[in-house]
Design a protein around this ligand. Structure first.
Ligand SMILES: [Zn+2]
Length: 188
């Protein structure tokens, strides 16, 4: 779920910044977001799976950038057009050939959504889109959103109890309240 939001937010549409322009940046992103394993973040299972993508290519980058469009589209659309967002999720999952699997590793049972290819974009699609699907199923489509900060537009997933999140971070919320206070003062 964090991976989905972080992937979408490698693009900052207002600032025009893109943190996913090179194969090296993609490698860095994957290193920072290892596949979920049976609890231990640096388990051998994780190492084994990230090792699969040591030799990333421009094709991987192109595919992951296309996936980012889909993930961002889901996050932007879900609260206003849940049916459209669901279509994006289902199409993306179908293309990645995502398959849920029950595994037994490190003495524990755990579930994983896998794809039947070794492509890094297929695996990322399976994990990010199924995570967003789970949030929609469990909490509803309005939990996915875009920051109300006029100069931000970062995406977020709201897991708070009351589900009233409007800004991606406290920094953005604070900035907005300061701006509102200033405009009230200048109007009076
Ligand atoms: Zn923001």
């Amino acid at each position: 779920m964090e991976t989905a939001v972080d992937l979408a937010n490698t693009l900052r549409p207002i600032k025009g910044e893109d943190a996913l322009e090179t194969v090296e940046q993609l490698q860095g992103f994957l290193d920072d977001h290892p596949p979920a394993g049976p609890g231990e973040p640096s388990s051998s299972a994780t190492d084994r799976r990230t090792g699969r993508w040591r030799r990333l290519t421009r094709t991987d980058l192109t595919e992951v950038r296309a996936l980012r469009e889909t993930v961002r589209g889901v996050l932007e659309r879900a609260s206003t057009d849940a049916v459209g967002a669901a279509m994006l999720i289902n199409e993306g999952l179908r293309r990645s050939r995502a398959t849920p699997a029950l595994r037994h590793d490190h003495g524990r049972w755990w579930t994983e959504v896998t794809s039947d290819t070794d492509r890094c974009a297929a695996h990322l699609a399976a994990t990010t889109l199924s995570a967003l699907a789970s949030v929609i199923a469990a909490l509803g489509p309005t939990r996915l959103g875009v920051c109300a900060g006029p100069s931000c537009r970062a995406t977020f997933v709201d897991l708070s109890r009351n589900g009233s999140k409007q800004y991606c971070t406290r920094t953005c919320a604070h900035r907005a309240s300061v701006a509102a206070y200033r405009s009230r003062r200048s109007n009076s």
